[in-house]
Design a protein around this ligand. Structure first.
Ligand code: CP
Length: 304
């Protein structure tokens, strides 16, 4: 069975195939009739053990646009609360003849663990601070759409790198496509292993923005912080927040990205989030086509 557990298991050809397939589906979902019958014989379970707005709705819409049968599970309203294990929960769902599982889970490696214990294709929709592969794919796809190519582009990822699955998956995806990658944030929020990933490190935001073509602004993930990593939110914003005055003072126009949800006024101000330089809603729109591509390509293997 094939899975999408992380970008680190892909190669550049895999990413190219996903993008070309997404190009086709992007054209499909812009037609008056947005649906194709490709996956009429496939059943997909979306299992969310952690909160989500974009990823959950985007996967569900992608599956429905492909005509798959879809069931949704949220741990908060489930028998997980009565002590059922992850493997038992998933095997019970699979016994209802489910072919593919899309799972978000707070524990890093949850998808990898599951893939070794159940007979279904697993798609990782975010596992703790580990990986969020479809987010990285839609991010690179959005850079390709705005700038023509990812190869050779300079991308800085700003903020809470330590707790971010988006950062790690983006680093893997961007490096596979030949982009130059920098991370920028408080030293306390940059992991010690970052040097092994072949990325630049910068703690001065202005220097990082002057270097880059694209800035991917991350949310400070207070829910994953067990200690104080910086003095206060106000001090974080003073040093690592982007506002319009800072962008206008640069000697070029850079592209602004954000995976959402945004803390408006913390990592970026509203006039930046809503500006023409920002492609934040393009990222969300592209997420549906990217997820259609991923599901379609995995389902093709199930059908063989
Ligand atoms: N970008 C992202 O994963 O958003 P959600 O947490 O709302 O799914």
């Amino acid at each position: 069975v094939d899975h999408l557990l992380g970008i680190k298991y892909l190669n550049p050809q895999d990413i190219q195939l996903i993008f070309e397939t997404a190009d086709h589906f992007k054209e499909v979902i812009n037609r008056p009739i947005k649906k194709v019958p490709s996956l009429r014989d496939i059943t997909i379970a979306n299992l969310f053990f952690e909160n989500s707005t974009r990823t959950k709705l985007s996967f569900e819409l992608a599956e429905k646009r492909l005509s798959a049968d879809v069931i949704n599970f949220s741990s908060a309203q489930s028998s997980v609360k009565k002590g059922e294990t992850l493997i038992d929960t998933v095997n019970n769902i699979l016994s209802m003849k489910v072919d593919m599982v899309v799972m978000r889970h707070p524990n890093p490696g949850a998808g990898i663990f599951l893939s070794k214990h159940v007979k279904a294709s697993i798609v990782n929709a975010g596992d703790g601070a580990h990986e969020h592969p479809t987010q990285a794919l839609l991010d690179s796809y959005s850079i390709r759409e705005r700038l023509g190519d990812v190869h050779g582009k300079k991308v800085v990822i700003v903020g809470d790198i330590l707790h971010s699955r988006v950062a790690l998956s983006n680093i893997f995806a961007l490096k596979l496509q030949g982009a130059e990658v920098m991370v920028c944030g408080p030293k306390t929020l940059i992991p010690k292993y970052i040097g092994e990933l072949g990325v630049k490190v910068e703690t001065n935001l202005r220097a990082a923005l002057n270097w880059c073509d694209v800035a991917n602004m991350l949310r400070v993930q207070n829910e994953r912080m067990d200690i104080n990593y910086f003095p206060s939110t106000r001090e974080y914003t003073q040093q690592f927040g982007v506002d319009k005055a800072l962008l206008d003072s640069l000697n070029k126009e850079i592209v602004i990205m954000h995976p959402g949800p945004i803390n408006r006024g913390v990592e970026i101000t509203s006039d930046v989030a809503d500006s023409k330089q920002a492609i934040i809603l393009d990222q969300v729109q592209n997420g549906v086509a990217i997820r259609m591509a991923v599901i379609y390509l995995l389902a093709s293997k199930i059908k063989q």
